[in-house]
Design a protein around this ligand. Structure first.
Ligand SMILES: Cc1cc2nc3c(=O)[nH]c(=O)nc-3n(C[C@H](O)[C@H](O)[C@H](O)COP(=O)(O)OP(=O)(O)OC[C@H]3O[C@@H](n4cnc5c(N)ncnc54)[C@H](O)[C@@H]3O)c2cc1C
Length: 565
């Protein structure tokens, strides 16, 4: 195995690619990254297969879009501000939170902002849950999932601003780029022009692309969408009973539209196919993307999520007197005689008591740990329908820089893969001028989750052969694999099949002093990073609203959170 260390943002400008880009002309320096302004000629280029010579572009970062004036951003900002400006509690509540994914971190952050004392307990030795990542012996990072931050993530974008880390998002061109299965190695783009407002920029992008959909198909799809445009939110919610495939059939949308566009979208949104995914999920995403000018604009984090995103949240929590502990797995929720929570029992035998309790671990874990006497309460019984979907995240380091790729997220439109990116291009910390690292989401993964890593890599290579016909062969007679990491998540985000929406729980449970946070809980975004952060805010808001109740007659008397072994 060849060892090639990672390159930090600080030394990025001194790499070869930087010099090549400068010498190619037309580039402009933006801090540690730089861009070559997109020419109309470049936009027309549908494939990079035939581009010879060394890669010209190292990091095509686009300036951060103006998000601050959207209604959703302002609403999210005002919710954040409400915690900071809340009256300081006479005696801060000690709130015990299980799970340091984004939902638990967000809950702890906003409770701390409101003057309370969160104690965040994470089962594993790594922060982030589904955005967790690990460093291998060569110093290279591998992640639970390839993560994209959208312009239409107002609470996430506010969070970055509040932490002072806006510059850690690497924004990409406003485009969606799809591989063309019928033309191996070629791509088709939807380019959103910057000069047009929403939804015209999206409509323009769709109308301009004639490679994936024909005009009659586009018109039939637009007619099918009319009820959603007219009916608004009520219509969107009513479509939860139908799968994407059923909805398309009902609306008379040609099957090819589903095959060409919505298989890729369904797999990207929920790691399943359109015959399983609830149509509400697609409509929510389309709504967000079409209503905001920068809604579908994508950004990559500039490095590994635990250090680049989770640690600043932890530092913030600690600076306000909160606490975060790793290796603290909750084994049991122990109850008082009246059915309220007595304490969280940890696997090391210790118990943790607080004035309020938040469960921010995945729904599948919650169901395993639910006390028997709660199981028949409808609020908890409904959780049965929410089940995590399996997904696999694959990383392959190659012995060369692959040419047939973009500095962007790519929709593979292959049977086994969903989206992928060459992280050696898209992400500063993973930047490498000489070798590509492809990070690929392998989905649907139901049939693959128990297969060996080498089986998964073999299958991935067969798919890559079609995406890189000149550069990759499944037998490695072309690009060679230097190493790989496969991260399996048997239960990831909840599977958004039809009729799940009514089963998503509010953050305030019917048990006094017990709250839920997590991407699966009720909030208007999908099971996503935005959903997780917003759920944490709603959870904190409920606790702040319940202050008098919790302080006066909480499940425990107001006391310091106590630990006993
Ligand atoms: C492959 C993949 C790709 C993705 N891509 C995107 C994307 O591009 N954009 C996007 O917005 N979202 C994406 N997501 C979804 C996103 O990662 C999640 O929606 C979000 O991170 C969930 O956060 P959470 O806090 O709700 O749950 P989690 O992240 O699951 O956090 C739960 C935490 O609880 C901890 N825990 C579990 N049991 C216990 C216990 N007994 N005691 C204490 N702690 C416990 C876990 O270790 C974990 O840290 C992706 C997910 C995956 C898997």
């Amino acid at each position: 195995m060849v060892v090639f260390g990672n390159v930090s943002a600080a030394n990025l400008p001194y790499q070869n690619g930087f010099l090549e880009a400068i010498s190619s002309g037309g580039s402009e320096l933006m801090g540690h990254s730089f861009r070559i302004p997109t020419s109309s000629q470049a936009l027309k280029t549908r494939t990079r297969r035939k581009i010879a010579g060394p890669l010209q572009v190292v990091c095509l970062d686009i300036p951060r879009p103006e998000l601050e004036n959207t209604v959703n951003f302002l609403e999210a900002a005002s919710l954040s501000a409400s915690f900071r400006s809340a009256p300081r509690p006479a005696k801060p509540l000690n709130v015990v939170i299980a799970g340091a994914g984004l939902a638990g971190l967000s809950t702890a952050k906003y409770l701390a902002d409101a003057g309370h004392k969160p104690l965040l307990l994470e089962a594993r030795d790594v922060l982030g849950g589904k955005i967790a990542a690990w460093k291998d012996e060569d110093g290279d990072w591998y992640e639970t999932g390839l993560h994209i931050f959208f312009g239409a993530y107002p609470n996430v974008q506010n969070l970055f601003g509040e932490l002072g880390i806006n510059d850690r998002l690497q924004w990409k061109e406003h485009s969606m780029i799809f591989a063309m299965p019928s033309k191996p190695g070629e791509f088709s783009r939807f380019d959103f022009p910057d000069v047009l407002p929403a939804p015209l920029n999206g409509i323009w992008a769709i109308l301009r692309n004639n490679e994936m959909l024909t005009w009659p198909e586009k018109i039939k799809f637009a007619i099918g969408l009319l009820p959603a445009m007219v009916g608004g939110q009520a219509y969107v919610e009513a479509q939860d009973g139908l799968s994407v495939k059923e909805w398309m059939q009902k609306q008379g949308v040609p099957e090819r539209v589903t095959d060409e566009v919505f298989i890729a979208m369904s797999k990207a949104l929920n790691f399943i196919n359109p015959d399983e995914l609830s149509m509400q999920c697609i409509l929510i995403a389309l709504n967000r993307f079409l209503q905001e000018k920068h809604g579908s604009k994508m950004a990559f984090l500039d490095g590994n999520p635990p250090e680049r995103l989770c640690m600043p949240i932890v530092d913030h929590i600690r600076s306000l007197g909160g606490e975060v502990r790793l290796n603290s797995r909750i084994r049991k929720i122990e109850l008082e005689d009246d059915g309220t929570v007595k304490n969280f029992l940890l696997t090391d035998g210790s118990t943790i008591e607080g004035d309020a309790y938040v469960f921010a671990a995945p729904v599948d874990i919650l169901k395993l740990l639910l006390p028997d006497s709660w199981k028949e309460i409808p609020y908890f019984r409904k959780l049965e329908k929410l089940v995590g979907v399996p997904v696999i995240n694959v990383h392959i380091w190659f012995d060369r820089k692959l040419q047939n790729t973009y500095d962007h997220l790519l929709f593979s439109r292959s049977n086994l893969l969903s989206v992928y990116a060459d992280m050696s291009l898209t992400c500063k910390e993973y930047y490498d001028p000489n070798r590509s690292m492809l990070e690929l989401v392998f989905a649907p993964a139901e049939e693959w989750i128990s297969r060996s890593d080498s089986d998964i890599i073999d299958a991935t290579m067969k798919e890559l052969e079609r995406l890189f016909p000149d550069e990759i062969a499944a037998d490695q007679s072309k690009a060679k694999i230097l190493k790989y990491h496969v991260v399996k998540t048997p239960r990831s985000v909840y599977k958004t099949i039809p009729n799940c929406e009514p089963c998503r729980p509010l953050q305030r449970s019917p048990i006094k002093g017990f709250y839920l946070a997590g991407d699966y809980t009720k909030q208007k975004y999908l099971a996503s990073m935005e959903g997780a952060v917003l759920s944490g805010k709603f959870c904190s808001q409920s606790i702040v609203q319940d202050y008098e109740l919790l302080a006066a007659s909480g499940p425990r008397k107001l006391s310091e959170a106590s630990v006993s072994t």
